[in-house]
Design a protein around this ligand. Structure first.
Ligand code: ATP
Length: 380
């Protein structure tokens, strides 16, 4: 059997020009009175994709999900699902199911009754319901809890009942609004992997709303970063992290150093940037579109080396500073280095040896350096 990893690695319909999107938001605007919650947004999601809408509170991600579910209609634009325009189709007639932030389980019903509820309403024959419920209980590993009531379950177990209930009707698309919001950190992490397995095993399309970047990075095939009702970038977690499209995206996901500067020259794909401090930054593999003007060089802390020793003469991208702050996290150490112009650069180093010769501490003079291809140039 193929491992999840090998299936996921080859899954990239968005990169195939012949692939047809399964869900399309086309120029969607949603206004509440004179407030615009979603602004002319277009987005494609593919069948069997685990897609995350990520953004700060109020950016419009739940509104987007609610429009797909049919609880809200767009003010303008259209939503297509498998080629069909969803306008005017009531929620219960859409091949979409939504799992809410609060799981909304029926407190007086047992686990199996909760799971069976929607199937009963649809008039499914009894024997078939029993079979489906058993299948769902097995899927979420709650067989021995079938007779319990929700208050006799832990938060994580309740979450799994809600999940089983929302997939029992075999919707084509499952919408999840902050699905793990009620769980503590450890349980969240475990449940993330369970959700990914479940999505794979059922072959469903998942659209999940979250404000938790780690959660989106862990689970999703692709992430849309939203801000004020607009899409800032849609890409795989690795692309979002390594090649953010703007200062906003770079700063939203993970920690980043933004070194502002001005382009001095371009030679092939190599740029020379004059940083605000006067230091020169040499960048390789710069995007074709950049040859002048104000830019930011964005570089992640783990791509910056900190050393008490000055690198050899002629080494590009070396800046001198002083250790201003330091956090020992066990597996790694995070250094805040104050450069000559006052800017603080964050660098992190893995503590792969128990004792290091290069121990640096507060107020030590230190050199930060990075490779010319270790970061990206941003114009937005
Ligand atoms: P959160 O993570 O806090 O749930 P969100 O990104 O999901 O945030 P939405 O719920 O989509 O945000 O709301 C987007 C904006 O639209 C918010 O400013 C919200 O106040 C507003 N809004 C949402 N629903 C309504 C409504 N029915 N009437 C008026 N304004 C609304």
């Amino acid at each position: 059997m193929k491992s999840l990893g090998s299936i996921r690695r080859s899954f990239a319909p968005w990169a195939d020009p012949a692939a047809k999107p399964y869900i399309s938001f086309e120029n969607i605007t949603k206004r509440f009175g004179d407030f615009t919650a979603v602004n002319n947004l277009s987005l494609d999601i593919y069948e069997r994709e685990f897609f995350a809408l990520l953004g700060a509170s109020g950016c419009g991600k739940s509104t987007l999900l609610r429009m797909l579910a049919g609880f809200e209609e767009p003010t303008s634009g259209r939503i297509l699902l498998d080629g069909q325009d969803l306008r005017g189709i009531p929620p219960y007639r859409r091949p979409v199911n939504m799992m809410f932030q609060s799981y909304a389980l029926f407190p007086h019903m047992s686990v199996e009754q909760n799971i069976a509820f929607g199937l009963k309403q649809d008039g499914m024959p009894k024997a078939q319901i029993a079979e489906r419920v058993a299948e769902m209980l097995k899927l979420v590993k709650l067989e021995q809890f079938a007779r319990r009531k929700p208050h006799q379950l832990s938060g994580g177990q309740r979450q799994r009942v809600a999940l089983a209930r929302s997939v029992a009707k075999r919707p084509k698309v499952l919408l999840l609004d902050e699905p793990l919001g009620a769980l503590d950190k450890k349980l969240r992490e475990e449940t993330q992997f369970e959700l990914m397995d479940l999505q794979q095993n059922l072959g469903l399309t998942f659209v999940v709303v979250t404000h938790d970047q780690e959660e989106a990075m862990t689970m999703a095939d692709r992430i849309a970063i939203l801000d004020k009702g607009e899409v800032m970038q849609v890409a795989t977690p690795a692309e979002i992290y390594e090649a953010p499209a703007s200062r906003f995206v770079a700063g939203f996901v993970g920690t980043v150093n933004l070194l502002e500067g001005r382009v001095m020259s371009r030679d092939g794909a190599t740029l020379r940037i004059k940083g605000a401090s006067g230091a020169e930054i040499l960048v390789e593999n710069a995007p074709d579109s950049v040859s002048s003007g104000e830019v930011a060089f964005a570089i992640r802390p783990e791509k910056i080396k900190v050393s008490p020793r000055q690198p050899a003469e002629g080494t590009p991208n070396v800046m001198a500073g002083e250790i201003f702050d330091l956090a020992y996290l066990g597996d790694m150490t995070v250094y805040h280095v104050r450069l000559a112009d006052g800017q603080v650069v964050k660098a992190s180093a893995l503590n792969s040896a128990r004792v290091s010769e290069d121990q640096l501490t507060w107020n030590d003079r230190a050199f930060v350096s990075f490779a010319p291809d270790a970061g990206v140039v941003l114009t937005r």
